[in-house]
Design a protein around this ligand. Structure first.
Ligand SMILES: NC(=O)c1ccc[n+]([C@@H]2O[C@H](COP(=O)([O-])OP(=O)(O)OC[C@H]3O[C@@H](n4cnc5c(N)ncnc54)[C@H](OP(=O)(O)O)[C@@H]3O)[C@@H](O)[C@H]2O)c1
Length: 259
C-alpha cells in the first residue's frame, strides 16, 4: 500500500544526518528507492553505503539556501518516478535576534521558506500529474506561538505549517497527500549541539519518523510523541498566549546560554 501510493522513489531534502537520514532509512525499509540531497558529499555517501544494500540510492549535492538548488535537483531526478518528497532541511539561528547576523536570518528564510515553496511547486506538479504521491514538510512545535531566541526559525516553521495545511486541501483531490510534521525536541546532532543534556520530551528520530510516515494520508498535521501532544494541547488551548511565549522563551534561553 505505502509503496503503491508513494513509490517507487522518494526524494529527501536534507538527508545526510538526523531526521532526514532517518526518513531515508525508514523509506528504504518500506521498499522505496531514495534520492538523498544535502551539502556534504561524504555524509551522503555514508548513508548511501548503508542503504544501497536494500534499495537504489542516488545522492545529489546541493545547497538549498541557493536559488539554483531546485534546478539541480529537478535535473538529477528528471528520469525518476518520484512519488514522495520530504523537505526536511532547515537552518535555525539561535540567540537574541539583534545579536545574530541579518544574513543568517535571511538564509534561514531561504532554506526554510523559499525552499519548501520552490520544491512544492515543482514536485507538487509532478505528483499531481501522476495522480498519487505525498509531500512532507517538517515544521515544529515552535510553529504554534512566537519562539524567543529562535524567532525567525519559529516563524519559518509557522509558515511551513500553514503552507502544508493549505496544500493538503488543494492537493488531496489531485491524489497527493500533504503532511506537516510538528516535531518537538528530537535527538539529532543539530539539537544535541545546542542541548547536550537533552530537552523535555525529547524523542529519538526513529519514533518521530515512524509516527510521521504512519500519519501521512491520514491528517494534514501531526505532532510526534504523547508528551509533545499533551504539552502542545496545554499551550495552545489552555494557557494564555503570553504564558506560552514565556515558557518557550525560558526553554530556548537555556539552549542559547548553554552554548
Ligand atoms: N531536532 C529537533 O529537535 C527538531 C525539532 C523540531 C523540528 N525539527 C525539524 O526537523 C528537521 C530536521 O532537523 P534536524 O535536527 O535533523 O537537523 P537540521 O540541522 O535542521 O537538518 C539537517 C539536515 O539538513 C541538511 N541541510 C541543512 N542545511 C542545508 C542546506 N542549506 N542545503 C542542503 N541541505 C541542508 C543537512 O545536511 P548538510 O549539512 O550535509 O547540508 C542535514 O542533512 C528541520 O526541518 C527542523 O526544523 C527538528
Amino acid at each position: 500500500m505505502f509503496t503503491a501510493r508513494y513509490g517507487p522513489t522518494a526524494l529527501v531534502l536534507g538527508a545526510s544526518e538526523g531526521l532526514g537520514a532517518e526518513f531515508a532509512r525508514q523509506l528504504a525499509g518500506r521498499g522505496l528507492d531514495v534520492v538523498l540531497v544535502a551539502r556534504r558529499a561524504d555524509a551522503l555517501a555514508a548513508i548511501e553505503a548503508e542503504l544501497s544494500k536494500q534499495v537504489k540510492v542516488r545522492c545529489v549535492v546541493a545547497d538549498l539556501a541557493t536559488p539554483g538548488a531546485l534546478a539541480t535537483v529537478a535535473a538529477a531526478t528528471a528520469d525518476l518516478d518520484v512519488g514522495l518528497v520530504v523537505y526536511n532541511a532547515a537552518l535555525s539561528p539561535l540567540g537574541p535576534f539583534l545579536s545574530q547576523s541579518l544574513g543568517e536570518n535571511l538564509k534561514a528564510i531561504d532554506v526554510n521558506v523559499r525552499g519548501p515553496v520552490a520544491f512544492a511547486h515543482h514536485f507538487g506538479a509532478r505528483l499531481a500529474a501522476r495522480g498519487r504521491g505525498g509531500l512532507v514538510l517538517l515544521s515544529s512545535l515552535t510553529a504554534f506561538q512566537g519562539s524567543p531566541f529562535v524567532s525567525t526559525y519559529g516563524a519559518t516553521k509557522a509558515f511551513n505549517l500553514a503552507f502544508a495545511e493549505g496544500l493538503w486541501f488543494e492537493l488531496k483531490e489531485r491524489g497527493v497527500d500533504v503532511l506537516s510534521v510538528c516535531a518537538g525536541a528530537t535527538k539529532t546532532p543539530n539539537l544535541l549541539k545546542a542541548a547536550p543534556d537533552g530537552a523535555p520530551g525529547m524523542l529519538e528520530p526513529k519514533q518521530v519518523v515512524a509516527e510521521a510516515l504512519d500519519a501521512l494520508g491520514r491528517a494534514p498535521t501531526m505532532i510526534p510523541g504523547v508528551f509533545n501532544r499533551f504539552a502542545s494541547f496545554l499551550m495552545r488551548r489552555l494557557l494564555p498566549r503570553r504564558t506560552t511565549i514565556t515558557i518557550m522563551g525560558q526553554q530556548t534561553k537555556k539552549l542559547h546560554a548553554g552554548r
